[in-house]
Design a protein around this ligand. Structure first.
Ligand SMILES: CC(C)(COP(=O)(O)OP(=O)(O)OC[C@H]1O[C@@H](n2cnc3c(N)ncnc32)[C@H](O)[C@@H]1OP(=O)(O)O)[C@@H](O)C(=O)NCCC(=O)NCCS
Length: 193
């Protein structure tokens, strides 16, 4: 019976720049510019995700989860560090033409277009809720949390919880994620020894 996730052979056929062990990618996902996309280990990418990369690259760390329907438009470069999660139907945009001075159609020659591009960085243990939009140049700090339906125009400091449109700070993230990460890494070391 066909599994919902790509087999190791099918993963190899995608032509990704790199990928680690224990990667679970739903068969319905689409990868454009796969040669510019790298995935760490223990990464899960759920149904109907779209990742589109240019030479600026999409780089995804270890233990990252992209939930169903996430779109990553990576022309300006997107980095998602270890243990970060992006929830259902969130879109991360690193290049946009919506307010540029050129023609916005991707079907016209590049000289008539004026995209604004800037890298997006999502730091370790950051969590982005459902149905958010993250714009070019934004950095979501380590351990920050972004509430559902947030329009993220500005960077978010580490361990800060933000939400809404316009986005506002709602609280400080609490938790033991770094302590748990250290414990997990020790446990994995012991298993390997
Ligand atoms: C942002 C979030 C993490 C905040 O959780 P919290 O720290 O417990 O915050 P609270 O519920 O106490 O809310 C604090 C304030 O922020 C507001 N707020 C919380 N989440 C919000 C959101 N997503 N959009 C707008 N405002 C929000 C609350 O209304 C409240 O406002 P008030 O102080 O004026 O009453 C949470 O509400 C959230 O959106 N989580 C993401 C859920 C999600 O998408 N999960 C993924 C499923 S796949």
């Amino acid at each position: 019976m066909m599994t919902p996730h790509l087999t190791r052979e099918e993963l190899a056929d995608l032509g990704l720049r790199a990928y680690g062990d224990n990667v679970m990618i739903d068969r319905s996902c689409r990868f454009y510019g796969a040669e510019h996309i790298s995935l760490g280990g223990c990464v899960r990418i759920d149904a109907f995700c779209v990742l589109s990369a240019s030479p600026a690259g999409i780089s995804i760390g270890d233990y990252v989860h992209l939930s169903a329907g996430v779109t990553i438009l990576g022309s300006g470069g997107v980095t998602i560090e270890d243990f970060a999660v992006v929830s259902v139907h969130t879109t991360v945009v690193s290049s946009t033409e919506a307010n540029g001075g050129g023609i916005t159609s991707p079907m016209v020659p590049a000289k008539y277009r004026m995209p604004t591009s800037a890298p997006v960085v999502i730091r370790r243990h950051a969590a982005i809720g459902a149905s958010c939009v993250v714009l070019p140049g934004v950095e979501i700090g380590m351990g920050a949390a972004v509430g559902a339906l947030t329009f993220v125009r500005h960077s978010v400091p580490e361990m800060t919880v933000v939400a809404g449109n316009p986005m506002r700070r709602v609280s400080r993230r609490r938790g033991k994620m770094l302590e748990f990460e250290a414990q997990l890494r020790q446990e994995l070391e012991r298993q390997r020894a």
